[in-house]
Ligand binder design. Sequence first.
Ligand code: NAD
Ligand code: ZN
Length: 256
Amino acid sequence: MNTPIVDGPEAVPVLRGLIAGSRRIAIFTGAGISTESGIPDFRSPGGIWTKNQPIVFQDFLASEEMRREAWRRKMAIDETFSSAKPNRGHRAVAELVRSGRAGSVITQNIDGLHQASGAPADRVIELHGNGTYAVCLDCHRLHELAPIFEDFKRSGIPPVCTVCEGIVKTATISFGQSMPEEPMRRARDETLACDLFLTLGSSLSVFPAASFPAIAKENGATLIIINREPTPLDAAADLVLHTGIGDALGEAVGVE
Ligand code: NAD
Ligand code: ZN
């Protein structure tokens, strides 16, 4: 296949055929798979970036005021995250993983919705961590969010570890922070083991995460991209759907 099919009525049947004919699928997801659950992405119009520039890790470490701002933002957005439910796209992904068609889902998301939709937790590879809990940057102990929010609301002081007084941060990977080694290694293994790589809802602009689709393609896998807007890899892909994920993938996989 040389010419990618971009949209059109024939795209979903082609997608279904490629999925059915594959030996092993790797799935790669970005913020776009969760917009249908009501969680805004970064780069769409009205996305998180149009409101707030991200706080880089070094600034978070260096300044208590930045940590205060980071926790203010986290509290403001947490209601949206904690009330979000998986959508049809998550359910289709979970079906592919559960049935064994896909080894794992590699995700840039921090919302926990793949696990909530029934994908086994040990087969969700989180490249950018998880925003549903916090971690001490010194002793690595995990902390629940609810008591942190309560203290922060009362005192306005950003949290420190109850064990070692280290700085506490949501368990997500910020810009400037090093990538987690084990998820990166597992994501690479999945990428190299697949013959079909499915990219869902990522602008493919955050590196190194965004390098996996290109690695898969170079390794000989068929590359499929479903994303509302064009991505830098569209021209290299075998099939591109500029459409919403839930209905297209749900129809192709046969999941409501
Ligand atoms: P991004 O915001 O850069 O890109 C999302 C892409 O998805 C956009 O190109 C958009 O056109 C597309 N999209 C949005 N809704 C869609 C839909 N319903 N169907 C098809 N396409 C749709 O996201 P990214 O590439 O994941 O990079 C953003 C970074 O921000 C990630 O690293 C992630 O860690 C973080 N983030 C996570 C969440 C989350 O956990 N839900 C939300 C915002 C940001
Ligand atoms: Zn600690």
